[in-house]
Ligand binder design. Structure first.
Ligand code: UDP
Length: 240
């Protein structure tokens, strides 16, 4: 059996990654492609936790720009991540992958509450654990959730799957054709140069806790497995 480079991973999917080309809602064909890729990795024996965003349904910032109370708008965003998590769970279980959804906001009829030790136990039993409802706190993001959960469960890496870019660039590659793609970059550079990787709260948390991050494109099938095998795709972001 081929051995994976990582033992335990956090896979961060943005909400948009589930929406396909229209950028809104949930596209079953796209979810199926992702879950097929997750299955390939699960079959290698890798322990997989997934953090999914909600931007394909609702973003708190947009609500607050429309005049809503920011905290309320953020709770709506967190609920959007629960919808995405249930869609992922459904698709994974359809292809025989056991999963558990844990929510940071209690909703026991829908999913388990987040309990760190229980999450680790599920991972050891090779269940894919989907962390829903972000951190449970407004003013945070699901990137920060990925960083926090990765630290808590002692994951080896965060795999940040992007659907619009294949790594970290010196500038927006869609607007500047001279933008340079990095193979490796540090969190300090990400923060100092304002590179579009993740928000500064998430970057700081990763930096302070020495969590490696691999930014790569999910649009090419098989890339999650390549990432897990340690192949040179995307950009690796490290503490130093
Ligand atoms: N959110 C929040 N606290 C968290 C995580 C998420 O308030 O800990 C809200 C926030 O409003 C955010 C929305 O949930 O806009 C969706 O999450 P995010 O924007 O991170 O999703 P993504 O961009 O990954 O799709």
């Amino acid at each position: 059996m081929t051995t994976a480079h990582y033992r335990r991973i956090v896979l961060k999917l943005s909400g948009e990654a589930l929406s396909g080309t229209n950028g809104y809602g949930i596209e079953p064909r796209v979810i199926q492609s992702i879950t097929k890729q997750v299955k390939e990795v699960a079959e290698l024996g890798v322990e997989i936790a997934v953090v999914v965003g909600g931007g394909n349904i609702w973003r708190g910032k947009v609500g607050s720009e429309m005049g809503m109370d920011r905290a309320n708008a953020d709770y709506m965003g967190m609920l959007a991540t629960v919808m995405n998590s249930l869609a992922l769970q459904d698709s994974l279980e359809n292809i025989g992958i056991p999963t558990r959804v844990q929510t940071s906001i209690e909703m026991r009829q829908v999913a388990e509450p987040y309990i760190r030790r229980k999450a680790i136990r599920h991972l050891e039993k090779k269940r894919v654990v989907i962390f829903a409802a972000g951190t449970g706190n407004p003013y945070f993001s699901t990137d920060t959730t990925a960083a926090l959960r990765a630290a808590e469960i002692e994951a080896d890496v965060i795999l940040m799957a992007k659907n619009n870019v294949d790594g970290v660039y010196s500038d927006d590659p869609k607007l500047n054709e001279d933008a340079k793609k990095y193979d490796k970059v540090s969190y300090m550079e990400v923060l100092n140069e304002g590179l579009g990787v993740m928000d500064s709260t998430a970057s700081s948390l990763c930096m302070d806790n020495d969590i490696d991050l691999l930014v790569f494109s999910i649009t090419e099938e098989g890339n999650i497995k390549k990432a897990v095998m340690g192949e040179n795709i995307g950009t690796i972001v490290r503490g130093k």
